[in-house]
Write a protein that binds this ligand. Structure first.
Ligand code: RNT
Ligand code: ZN
Length: 421
């Protein structure tokens, strides 16, 4: 008997079909964020331009991707090292301006053609693609964008948002998969504002205008991502949790809410918010990250909250098209390909663990008010031979098992990444 056959039997005795769990996970896309590869720099601004909007990458590990070609090569490396169905997640600042696409244009003027190379990249690999307007790291941040009191600023960013809707529609059509388009701005204030409502009225109007651009809601899923605070934006955030959730609730025909688990107060958990939102919204989107005391965007680990988030995704039927899962972290202090790979594999692991949970039986114990047995069974389930099922999953996906991929990253670092200037 192989280790997997043994594990399969063991899980079966808990009423769990490991083959079905593997097949299910293999059918659900998780979006890989392109911005882990170059510290959220993109290609549309001068390379010395600072990252703004209250987010920050720290560290200067060598080997950052500097060009579309380098970033694509790194993404390819990550794809080869991770099991599961992937999607790409692009930001508007990753537009490719070359002779073919007619040279540089500003963000209010970007077009589908600036993402043609990315479409070719995705097509060749069978990937779908999500998209994000980039409302940061740009001279037109005054520093506000969609909430700015300056109409010229606000107009520029609304035009950027509309351009991004058109690009998202293009990505969805070309690739034949849903494109989640996430609206996030770092708009907010370092110190106590005198007017908290004005910026929110303007932000609301700006999103209204962006979403007035025609698109097919079956193919493009605009979402609004909330946040509690950012670096240099400590006192007030325009797109707070209440603002963003209410916006999505009031515009259910064209918008869904997005929760990033780094964007809440440290004792709040997104795992608990997932079923709350799914009680009212048919669909929601997630950014899976790891906050350490703040929105630090550390690499996702196989920690308790990641596991709990994945359990809630699985239990609520989220894998049947109700929850769009994306990663969002950026660590510049370690090998970026390794960072990407560890985080992606961990989300896959947490999802597989969740699929292997005897959730129906445990739920029945809860409904029977049998908290004694619920505790016993839930604790016992924790030591089932998960590693053997994970190894089988990697094999089925043609991906390396744990212990088999890091040497590949080290080779790639030596031969490719460290040769970059
Ligand atoms: C920032 C948000 C946002 C960004 C990306 C780059 O706090 O989480 O999602 O991380 O758009
Ligand atoms: Zn995010």
């Amino acid at each position: 008997m192989t280790r997997y056959e043994y594990a399969k039997q063991k899980y079966a005795s808990f009423g769990i079909d490991t083959d079905a769990a593997i097949a299910k996970l293999h059918s659900v896309p998780v979006a890989l964020h392109c911005w882990q590869g170059d510290d959220v720099r993109g290609f549309d601004q001068k390379s010395d331009g600072a990252l703004t909007g209250g987010i920050q990458t720290t560290g200067n590990y060598p080997g950052r991707a500097r060009t579309p070609e380098e970033l694509m090569a790194d993404i390819d490396k990550v794809l080869s090292l991770c099991p599961g169905l992937k999607k790409l997640n692009l930001h508007a600042c990753y537009a490719i301006f070359d002779e073919e696409s007619g040279g540089w244009v500003d963000r209010d003027k970007i077009e589908p053609k600036h993402f043609k190379k990315w479409v070719d990249f995705c097509k060749a690999r069978g990937l779908g693609c999500d998209f994000n307007p980039t409302f940061f790291s740009h001279p037109m941040c005054d520093p506000l964008t969609l909430a700015s009191p300056n109409e010229e600023t606000r107009r520029f960013w609304i035009e950027h948002g509309k351009a991004c809707i058109r690009i998202s529609q293009y990505l969805a059509e070309e690739l034949g998969q849903v494109c989640v388009m996430n609206i996030w701005t770092g708009d907010g204030f370092k110190d106590i504002p005198a007017d908290r409502k004005g910026p929110r009225d303007r932000y609301r109007d700006s999103i209204d205008q962006i979403l007035s651009e025609p698109f097919d809601f079956n193919k493009v899923k605009p979402c609004v991502e909330s946040k509690v605070f950012g670096i240099g934006v400590e006192a007030y955030t325009v797109g707070s949790a209440e603002f963003s959730l209410c916006y999505a609730a009031a515009n259910k025909d064209k918008c869904i809410p997005l929760m990033d688990n780094g964007h809440y107060h440290p004792t709040e958990v997104v795992s608990d918010k997932i079923p709350a939102l799914l009680t009212f919204f048919p669909e929601i989107a997630l950014h899976v990250t790891r906050p350490i005391r703040w929105d630090s965007d550390h690499v996702v680990l196989l920690d308790d909250e990641t596991k709990e988030i994945c359990k809630e995704i699985v239990r609520t039927g989220g894998l049947d098209g109700r929850v769009y899962i994306a990663l969002d972290y950026f660590d510049a202090s370690i090998n970026r390909v390794s960072a990407w790979t560890v985080g992606f594999r961990n989300v896959q692991k947490a999802l597989l663990m969740a699929l292997l949970e005897p959730s129906e039986a445990l739920g029945a114990l809860q409904d029977a008010n049998n908290w004694t047995e619920l505790m016993v069974r839930a604790e016992e389930a924790k030591t089932l031979p998960f590693g053997d099922v994970w190894e089988e999953y990697c094999k089925v996906c043609g991906a390396p098992a744990d212990g088999e991929w890091f040497s590949d990253v080290l080779e790639y670092e030596k031969n490719v990444m460290l040769k970059r200037g």
